[in-house]
Design a protein around this ligand. Structure first.
Ligand code: NAP
Length: 313
């Protein structure tokens, strides 16, 4: 397969990059000084794109690659791929579901505990020697709190299963009520937020789910409410969230994702009720290797005319 051109959009995994280089004719898009010229010169040999949560295949890229057959994503979220264009043109699309579910759900629990128990602040307190001057102030209990989950997909459900161990009443909002759980269903995000102490965003990002957490939802969650985002940054109206946190209208936030990554609103840096992570939901050695193997497996299946491992389109 070493004559098949594969375009990798940005650095995402050294292992994946090396394996793509070994098995295919790899083009590194980010390393091209003149990307338009590069596409004009090599479009005829590029049959696959490898993207992720940062860079995928938009309509412009798809239009410039007439030989494109498959977009293999190193992510479960497909918000950086124009799925409609891919369907129209018969381009196959794959992602990396399931293998990252545990890590992202684990991190959601970590964020909840870090915000409520001020784990990062406690760590700083010890490191700067403040403990010698007195005990750390009291924090907030997690066990038993009402947890609302936006999106009961694979990750949302895995968060719910973990939260059960903390004896928390669980409710959710999805496009439709799920037949396979006894968790309480609310028909709107505002209703869910009104009935939650902790609101976890675990949805897919689409134009319809952008800013699903708006001012009204933030007000419904309230000054003691905690917002956790392990979905995508644009799910939350970030400007509204920042002013609510600064003004004390929202109790706290644990955020792995942001609207304009890697930009993070600086007003958040001074707030001790906020925990900020650099989009590391699936960022463990084990999971990133499994994701890379899925990307490679999907490409090899496609170019050997075998069934795709994780087809989306
Ligand atoms: P999933 O099993 O496909 O679940 C997707 C969820 O999104 C479902 O609850 C679904 O709602 C909802 N949804 C809303 N609109 C949708 C649409 N137009 N198409 C498909 N689903 C839609 O995905 P997952 O594995 O749980 O992952 C969920 C999201 O988490 C990903 O899309 C990604 O954005 C994010 N994620 C973040 C990280 C991170 O590093 N922070 C890592 C992995 C994933 P219904 O219940 O109504 O069907």
């Amino acid at each position: 397969m070493d004559a098949i051109g594969v375009l990798m959009m940005c650095p995402m995994s050294n292992y994946l990059e090396q394996e793509l280089d070994n098995r295919f004719k790899l083009f590194r898009y980010w390393a091209q000084p003149k990307q338009r010229d590069f596409l004009a010169d090599h479009a005829a040999s590029i049959r696959a794109v490898v993207g992720n949560a940062t860079a995928g295949a938009d309509a412009e890229l798809i239009a410039s690659l007439p030989k494109l057959e498959i977009v293999s994503c190193f992510s479960v979220g497909l918000d950086k791929v124009d799925l409609i264009k891919c369907k129209e043109k018969g381009i196959r699309v794959t992602n990396t579901p399931d293998v990252l579910t545990d890590d992202v759900a684990d991190l959601a629990i970590g964020l909840i505990l870090a915000v409520l128990r001020r784990i990062c602040e406690c760590d700083k307190y010890v490191r700067r020697g403040a403990w010698k001057l007195g005990d750390f102030k009291l924090t907030t209990k997690f066990s038993g709190k009402r947890v609302g989950i936006i999106g009961l997909g694979r990750i949302g459900l895995a968060v719910a299963e973990r939260v059960e161990a903390f004896d928390c009443p669980i409710s959710y909002y999805s496009r439709s009520k799920k037949g396979n759980t006894n968790y309480t269903y609310y028909g709107s995000v505002v209703e869910l937020a009104s009935n939650s102490d902790i609101l976890v965003v675990a949805w897919s990002l689409t134009p319809e789910t952008t800013h699903i957490v708006n001012r009204q939802v933030i007000e419904a969650l309230g000054p003691k409410g905690i917002l956790i985002n392990i979905g995508r940054g644009p799910h939350i109206d970030e400007a509204e969230m920042v002013s609510a946190l600064v003004e004390g209208r929202l109790g706290g936030a644990g955020l792995d994702v942001f609207e304009k990554e890697p930009e993070v609103p600086e007003q958040l840096f001074g707030l001790e009720n906020v925990v900020l992570l650099p989009h590391v939901g699936s960022g463990t050695e084990e999971t990133r290797k499994a994701m890379a193997d899925l990307v490679l497996g999907n490409l090899e299946a496609h170019f050997s005319s075998k069934p795709l491992l994780t087809p989306v389109v």
